[in-house]
Design a protein around this ligand. Structure first.
Ligand code: NI
Length: 168
């Protein structure tokens, strides 16, 4: 396993959409392991392959954030959000936006279809942090970032903050 470099906004590669995963072989398994190690080291609750420069439709989430909670790694490959219901405003962060926390409007609940790391299809209904994380990470696979959900003024402030961060 290896910790990979997480791309920071405004790296243009974050805008590259992920391509469907068709090969679940050893290279892919290694990528999933690397992503898990990278996410836990950061630490973060979610990481998309596009955030480490791998243009693949793959993200991982672990919302077991308590110190004494066992880890609960979930792997989503070729995900598709089938249903979004309700509204919730959630303060989000992103490993590609260090130091940035912004409230973003999301659906309260989602139903998602995806494949696991072995390629086996599954469906999942989620709410709370897991639902928000699924929407956030799924956005990454389309090259969409948290900043795209903000109004113009906030977006400019975050942009400036990130340019400043990159220069430090
Ligand atoms: Ni993110």
């Amino acid at each position: 396993m290896a910790i990979r470099t997480i791309l920071h906004y405004p790296d243009k590669r974050l805008r590259d959409p992920g391509l469907p995963v068709t090969d679940f072989g050893p290279d892919f398994q290694k990528l999933v392991e690397d992503m898990a190690e990278t996410m836990y080291a950061a630490p973060g609750v979610g990481l998309a392959a596009t955030q480490i420069g791998e243009a693949k439709r793959l993200f991982i989430i672990d919302v077991a954030t308590g110190d004494d909670e066992p880890s609960d790694l979930r792997v989503f490959v070729n995900p598709e959000i089938l249903e979004r219901t309700g509204d919730v405003r959630w303060e989000e962060g992103c490993l590609s936006f260090p130091g940035v926390h912004e409230e973003i409007d999301r659906a309260e609940r989602v139903k998602v279809r995806a494949q696991d790391r072995e390629g086996k299809p599954f469906e999942l209904e989620a709410d709370g942090l897991l639902a928000v994380a699924i929407q956030h990470e799924n956005d990454h696979l389309d090259g969409k970032l948290m900043v795209d959900h903000l109004g113009l003024i906030k977006r400019r402030l975050v942009h400036r903050q990130m340019i400043k961060h990159a220069a430090e």
